[in-house]
Design a protein around this ligand. Structure first.
Ligand SMILES: [Fe+2]
Length: 207
């Protein structure tokens, strides 16, 4: 017989499993960093979100709907921040992979060259945006209509609310790199671009 005990919440948000082992991105990103970043920060956003939306009009909405319905609303900032950070981190983990970097698939490389000239120019623009982001935030490769573009967002902000389709995300909050690189954000971003970035994931998102 099925149990009919009342469950706490109709649709609690869950922390998605990491797409690889916590040591799989080492030495570019250590298991120690992943332990805190995924196990404490990402989990914390999910837990906070569940607490914040419980019993509200947002309780039964999927994550993307919560983000779009709370974006830009001053009285919903806490819900937006935790929902967007939940989404951003899930997207970030999938933007990386062990033995990533290198050459993008041909179809993506064509798009990159059409928009930036060369792959190196695209990577340089991502790295420059990462350094230009003052304080915490994110750097994104996005699709803007038919063109690829690099954008940065502050704190928890997402590109979707500006009508841009995200293809890749790089977390430039200090918690993403401080244990491994201290204040050397550029070294972290360049290592991620050379060795971890998941161009196949970008292509999937672009199609
Ligand atoms: Fe983060």
């Amino acid at each position: 017989m099925m149990k009919t005990d009342k469950i706490k919440s109709a649709t609690p948000h869950v922390l998605p499993a990491l797409p690889y082992a916590d040591s799989a991105l080492s030495p570019v990103i250590s298991a120690n960093t992943i332990g805190f970043h995924y196990g404490k920060h990402h989990k914390g956003y999910v837990d906070n979100l569940n607490k914040l939306v419980g019993g509200t009009e947002f309780a039964d909405l999927p994550l993307e709907k919560i983000i779009t319905q709370t974006a830009g609303k001053a009285d919903k900032t806490a819900i937006f921040n935790n929902a967007a950070q939940t989404w951003n981190h899930t997207f970030y983990w999938r933007s990386l992979k062990p033995k990533g970097g290198g050459e993008p698939p041909a179809e993506l490389k064509q798009k990159i060259e059409a928009s930036f000239g060369t792959l190196d120019a695209c990577k340089k623009e991502l790295a420059t945006a990462a350094m230009a982001q003052f304080g915490s935030g994110w750097v994104w490769l996005v699709l803007n209509g038919a063109k690829l573009k690099v954008v940065k967002t502050g704190n928890a902000d997402v590109p979707m609310t500006a009508g841009l389709k995200p293809l890749l995300a790089i977390d430039v909050w200090e918690h993403a790199y401080y244990l491994d690189y201290q204040n050397r954000r550029a070294d972290y971003v360049n290592a991620v671009l050379d060795k971890l970035i998941n161009w196949e994931f970008a292509l999937q998102n672009a199609s």
